[in-house]
Design a binder for this molecule. Structure first.
Ligand code: NAP
Length: 264
């Protein structure tokens, strides 16, 4: 019988929480594919582990670029690599708030993980664990009651969820977003959409016993979190690794920080 190495792939793995998640998973014995949108950044990050003996290799992946996503999936298929863990970590928190910021934030933080997951789903082993790195900022408290109901609707489809994010971009573009009940933050809306996608994917992938959970790492000292954040990168990544390494009978379709459920 061939024993396969437990294998993980992390998006946005060249710095911040993604890089530390790669390290912690490799420490636990995983073979890790660290992906980065610029190949050279990924190679440099992976080279930093060369002397440690950890099994971390790099592959290019720009989550905004469908051809990059397809190339990654084709490469994994060609090399006969199946994944036990997929961590959708890559994201942006852009300055300002206008139609362009709304569109780009939704593209990277919501559409990116959706497209990466769809392309890599055939490479996920039965019983794999999928982690969406989300944020407490995605909690629905700052949304109107009508939008909260729409996002939390258990029968929400992918098409309806995409339409909701398109409405948000249009409402930002024509200046009606406040009246329509949206918060004034594209990052918040992108993570609320990612959380809704987590629940949809959890239901879709249940027949293959693949668990899909959203995780908030807390406020972490990375380029995104800034130097005054309350948590170290190692502490934040532990929340992600907890979800990535849940046992086969662990929860699915949940939202967690430090291994404890938090409100949508
Ligand atoms: P970070 O230091 O800014 O790193 C972001 C990572 O995402 C970088 O590797 C970046 O790559 C990558 N990325 C951005 N756009 C990409 C794209 N189109 N394709 C591929 N990679 C892309 O952020 P972080 O703090 O580590 O955040 C990691 C995750 O934790 C994010 O999902 C974030 O929303 C979440 N989070 C962070 C905090 C916090 O306080 N830090 C709190 C809550 C949630 P480049 O180097 O190429 O830009």
């Amino acid at each position: 019988m061939t024993v396969h190495p437990l294998t993980a792939l992390v998006t946005g793995g060249n710095r911040g929480l993604g890089l530390e998640t790669c390290r912690q998973l490799a420490d636990r014995g995983y073979r890790v594919f660290l992906t980065a949108r610029r190949a050279a950044d990924g190679e440099a990050a992976a080279a930093g582990f060369e002397r440690s003996g950890l099994r971390i290799g790099s592959r290019p992946l720009d989550v905004d670029d469908p051809s990059s996503i397809a190339a990654l999936a084709e490469g994994l298929t060609r090399d006969d690599i199946a994944l036990d863990v997929l961590v959708n970590n890559a994201a942006v928190s852009l300055d300002g708030f206008d139609e362009t910021v709304a569109r780009e934030t939704i593209r990277t933080n919501f559409r990116g993980p959706m497209q990466v997951t769809d392309a890599l789903a055939p490479r996920l082993r039965e019983g794999a664990s999928l982690v969406m790195v989300s944020s407490g900022a995605g909690e629905l408290t700052g949304f109107s009651a009508k939008l909260r109901t729409a996002f939390l609707d258990p029968s929400l489809t992918r098409a309806a969820l995409i339409a909701l994010t398109d409405d948000f971009i249009a409402d930002v573009a024509d200046g009606t977003f406040q009246r329509k009940g949206w918060p004034g933050s594209a990052y918040k809306v992108s993570k609320a959409a990612l959380n809704a996608l987590t629940r949809i994917l959890a239901a879709e992938l249940k027949p293959r016993r693949i668990r899909v959970n959203a995780v908030c790492p807390g406020w972490v000292r990375t380029d995104m979190g800034g130097p005054h954040a309350s948590r170290s990168v190692a502490e934040g990544a532990r929340s992600i690794v907890w979800a990535a390494t849940l046992p086969a009978d662990g929860p699915t379709g949940g939202f967690f920080r430090d291994g404890r459920p938090i409100p949508w």
